[in-house]
Design a protein around this ligand. Structure first.
Ligand SMILES: CC(C)(COP(=O)(O)OP(=O)(O)OC[C@H]1O[C@@H](n2cnc3c(N)ncnc32)[C@H](O)[C@@H]1OP(=O)(O)O)[C@@H](O)C(=O)NCCC(=O)NCCS
Length: 184
């Protein structure tokens, strides 16, 4: 079992979320405009604390979410997060979710972080398939997954509950054999 993992990119590093990240994570996750297509938007720091308490402390445990925070190397501050759900029915499959602080968007940081996470899942954890579940109106997320090699796999109509409303769920996937090399 891998207990602690750090992923490095040119401008960023990713490490497991911790209790000291409550304030930073609340700052961007509570932004209900930027995160309007997300299923979870915390209204209080206590909700973030509960969230951190629920994620798995170890990576690659079937049926759990593992949560990385993304830190900006220059300032060593948390600018976003990437969550990974490890399937409890198929050990070769993982699902990802991602969020970036609005003030750090549009600079290629999400693409840079996601590329390394994809490489880590395929090459270190030997996963065969990664999926992402996206509201079809979430164009920035669709751009991100398409840029990193994901392909559209399915559309489930009225399948996700966002803010009390049932919305469509677009499933994107990438298979180990289709992964883009990290320097591409
Ligand atoms: C999804 C999300 C992480 C994407 O963030 P993003 O900033 O658009 O993505 P990146 O960080 O990869 O930046 C890409 C943009 O930076 C630009 N860019 C600037 N400098 C760059 C560089 N050095 N390298 C690459 N791209 C660069 C790109 O051209 C692109 O701009 P464009 O969107 O105008 O085409 C962000 O929109 C988000 O957090 N949304 C809210 C949460 C959410 O909905 N999550 C998804 C749930 S499924």
């Amino acid at each position: 079992m891998i207990a602690y993992i750090e992923i490095k990119t040119n401008r960023l590093h990713l490490r497991p979320i911790g209790i000291d990240d409550i304030d930073a994570v609340f700052k961007y996750r509570s932004d209900s405009v930027t995160n309007k297509y997300q299923g979870w938007i915390p209204k209080t720091k206590a909700e973030v604390k509960e969230f951190i308490g629920k994620v798995s402390p170890a990576i690659n445990i079937p049926g759990t979410w593992f949560q990385f925070v993304i830190l900006h190397n220059e300032s060593n501050t948390v600018i976003g997060d990437i969550g990974i759900h490890f399937s409890d029915t198929d050990n070769n499959e993982a699902e990802i979710g991602f969020t970036l602080d609005k003030s750090f968007q549009g600079k290629g940081y999400a693409t840079e972080a996601l590329k390394q996470v994809i490489s880590f899942l395929f090459n270190d954890l030997n996963k065969d398939k990664i999926i992402a579940s996206i509201d079809p109106r979430n164009i920035k997320s669709i751009n991100l997954v398409e840029k990193t090699g994901f392909k559209k796999e399915a559309l489930f109509e009225k399948n996700l509950l966002i803010d009390g409303e049932l919305v469509d769920d677009l499933i994107y996937s990438i298979h180990r054999t289709n992964q883009i090399k990290s320097n591409e």
